[in-house]
Design a protein around this ligand. Sequence first.
Ligand code: NAD
Length: 421
Amino acid sequence: MKKMPDSADWLPGVTHPGQMHHLLGILESRIQDFDQIPLPCPSMNTPSPREISRRKFIRNASLATAATWTLGGRSWAADASPPAAAPAPVKKLGVALAGLGGYSTGQLRPALQETQFCQLMGVVTRRPEVGAQWAQASGFPEKNIYNYDTMDQLAGNPDIDIVYVVTPNGLHAEHVIKAAKAGKHVICEKPMANTVAECDAMLAACREAKRTLSIGYRLHFDPYHQKMVQLAADPNFGPFTKMAGENGFTLNGDQWRIHHPLSGGGPLMDMGIYVVHAACMAANANPLAVTATEHAKTKPDVFVDVEEALDWTMEFPGGAVATCQTSYVKNFGHFHAEGAKGWIDFPSAFGYSGIRMNTSNGPVTFPPLRQQAAHMDGIAQAIMAKKDSPVPGELGRRDMVIIEGIYQAAASGKRVELKYA
Ligand code: NAD
């Protein structure tokens, strides 16, 4: 884990350590072109056995926390724990990471050193030499290195059970469909795709292959966000009727995130999606309608075909409303929800670590948790138990319906009613 500086004044605009954790998390995922960077010595990312046991204990405690949310009238459980009497797994499920960029390198590979139910067994990459470095560092055979044109050959490889697609958004559909056609379960990073139509094709491919499709919603496994869902459902505390959230960072440099074909949009697709998702979790419902306003661009030469910043609202059944903002020119990550009986406030809401939560009953604190390990283990356990994914593709599609509605509202200046079917 990263050692945080004690003082919070090392970056302008950063006023507390939680914000720094949030920023560091974002920065880790933003470092570009990791495919060109030699892998560090494997021991660099290896926590001590004591640290691993502590994290496993914390993660199991977190996975045992039951929380549910609804999607299309159906209830989805955040509790990804196995049946009480489940024996220890005989074999961990094999994961192949497709796309070895910032998120795979900085977050998923270290998390796969801690997972109990799955392990890194292969990669899909455009650079065979980088694949070979990963194979050597992680101890899987070089036959498990694929490129995007040879993904069909995954079909004959029993080492790989799950393909985790971590490529630019505009490539998710192509890569998820290839993995499903090769007979593999799939995890796809957020946002699920560039369009709802692509989501439908991905869901159909996984259905046809009889394989599960899960989304990279790591916060479903975070104890603070699970606590929010619990409090929303608690008649002595919830429901929440007013929500407000912001999420963004200052994007620098030319990268796929600002090119519409690969990104599908600007900060809404990348950072705003967390606020969309959190608002639905806090409201325990899907929004009926949205309104949106795009900010005037301060850097029109950078954000040519994607938005620079955006405000939007989400209207939920029963009159609950969420007021939201996202940006590529501002560092923030806050979420607030309140009702007649209580409120919650996350000064730092969406980071990989450093999440903080205050409530009208006082602050809430959980021990640190590697979200990505809990996320992948939760999905692996569901696959082993032949249960629905705790973060199914349908949830990713739901968020893309909302995002498409927000873009439509921003373009038209009109309130847009959302249709999920
Ligand atoms: P990145 O740019 O660091 O990595 C992208 C990877 O895709 C690179 O390895 C690149 O080589 C590969 N790639 C394959 N084909 C490509 C092509 N045609 N053009 C460009 N790159 C190509 O990006 P990232 O930050 O790792 O993001 C990847 C995905 O993960 C995105 O969908 C992003 O939204 C998601 N993500 C999720 C989180 C999270 O917290 N859940 C955090 C960061 C990123």
